[in-house]
Design a protein. Structure first.
Length: 437
């Protein structure tokens, strides 16, 4: 398999999908069984807010937004206007259901109802802050968290929202402090652990992130988001796969988790399993450009180069400036031996995303394999100059130099690959170094 992008194609490697997936069994069956108890409780106590709220929340987390809203609206009818805590809780959950559906307007309507309840002013502000974060509106969110936290009020949800907003503003130290303060207020709640773990992973503090994400999963065993974030952050291995499988089990429509599973299987060379996973993602979101790129990668791995090109075009029709889609097209043309067309696409991919070294690396490899050693050397040289810490670039440059009869320079490049970042097969590089005279 070709090398993947430092950012887009950084994949964990692990074992197979769950047996149920490989045999084609309905993934939803596990999730359905976990909802049975909540359904039974709501049916047995139709006038119970707690039962209605629990069922609505479970449905929302399972990705059943319409059913969740129907149940939560039923729960809302159990309380008269300005009914206090009960109405606050159910309306806040309604707001979250709308946030999941990316309906900011209706989410804010529910938040205003939250704020109108007796004693619900602070909760209404915290609810609104969460809604603003849907569109990454950090400043607006902070305008809501300020009154929610005024006068020493320890609103856990508002503190988590405040820290998330600070992270969006790039105030990393303040954000981390905020998350940890929320944890100190309510250590047995998963939300701050999850948010902190996601934040720490994003800023490269992987070990600390894993501590928080494992804690979030321990506190919320059926939480799909916590399982997904843990699966993304874990190093390659069975634990990462198990976490991602849990995420899709708890939310069978979880596109991002399905795609990560597909990428895992693809990286292992388990092509049928990768196809099953990406097709599951596309069933839920057929207009997802990333999913079409991943499906194209599966086609490419199967030698279906024309199908891969079709998926690239489909992805570009959805997202015209998709660098991964251009990279897919380039790799497909290279596999077909159409090097000139491939180079056009590699250059376009690099132009679409100047932060990604992969097009330059792939272009160097493609040129070398096509016998265009001078061009391979030029692309490898540019990759190492633009991304001096990226190991795969040094490997590609070293291989190009070897092909261009420059063994001494190749040894220097390959030695630098061993000292750089990124997915480098260090044993293979050392073996290659040992063969250079």
């Amino acid at each position: 398999m070709s090398m993947q992008s430092a950012r887009t194609w950084s994949l964990a490697t692990a074992g197979l999908l769950a047996t149920a997936l490989m045999l084609g069994a309905p993934v939803s069956s596990a999730q359905e069984s976990s909802l049975d108890a909540s359904r039974a409780a709501a049916k047995a106590a139709p006038a119970s807010l707690d039962a209605s709220l629990a069922l609505g929340r479970a449905l929302r987390r399972a990705g059943r937004g319409s059913e969740a809203l129907a149940e939560l609206r039923r729960g809302a009818t159990l309380f008269p206007a300005r009914a206090g805590d009960g109405a606050v809780r159910v309306q806040w959950e309604i707001s979250r259901a709308y946030v999941d559906q990316r309906d900011f307007g209706q989410a804010m309507v529910a938040c205003r109802i939250v704020g109108a309840q007796t004693g619900g002013a602070a909760a209404g502000h915290a609810c609104a802050a969460e809604a603003h974060l849907l569109w990454r509106r950090a400043s607006e969110a902070l305008l809501e968290t300020a009154p929610a936290l005024a006068a020493g009020n320890k609103s856990y949800e508002a503190k988590v929202a405040e820290a998330r907003a600070l992270a969006l503003q790039g105030k990393d130290a303040d954000a981390e402090h905020g998350f940890r303060e929320a944890i100190s207020w309510k250590d047995d709640a998963p939300d701050a652990h999850l948010a902190l773990g996601r934040f720490l992973a994003a800023v490269g503090k992987t070990d600390a992130a894993l501590v928080e994400l494992r804690r979030a999963v321990a506190l919320d065993a059926t939480g799909p988001e916590a399982a997904y974030e843990l699966g993304r952050a874990l190093p390659s291995g069975p634990d990462a796969l198990a976490a991602l499988e849990r995420a899709v089990r708890e939310r069978p429509t979880y596109t991002e988790a399905w795609l990560k599973l597909a990428e895992l299987q693809l990286s292992l060379g388990h092509i049928p399993e990768a196809r099953k996973a990406v097709e599951a993602a596309l069933r839920g979101t057929p207009q997802d450009a990333t999913a079409h790129v991943v499906l194209g990668r599966v086609d490419l791995a199967e030698g279906k180069n024309d199908d891969a090109l079709t998926e690239s075009r489909t992805a570009l029709g959805i997202l015209a400036n998709s660098a991964p889609a251009k990279l897919l097209a380039a790799d497909a043309y290279a596999a077909k031996g159409e090097i000139d067309l491939a180079l056009e696409q590699y250059q376009a991919a690099s132009a679409f995303d100047h932060t990604d070294p992969t097009p330059l690396v792939h272009a160097a490899d493609a040129c070398r394999k096509a016998g265009r050693n001078t061009s391979a050397r030029a692309f490898g040289d540019k990759a190492t100059k633009d991304f001096p810490d990226w190991g795969p670039g040094w490997v590609a440059f070293g291989e190009a130099l070897l092909a261009d009869k420059e063994p001494a320079l190749a040894k220097i490049a390959l030695a630098k690959a061993l000292q750089s970042k990124g997915p480098v097969d260090q044993d293979a590089v050392r073996a290659k170094l040992g063969t250079i005279k």
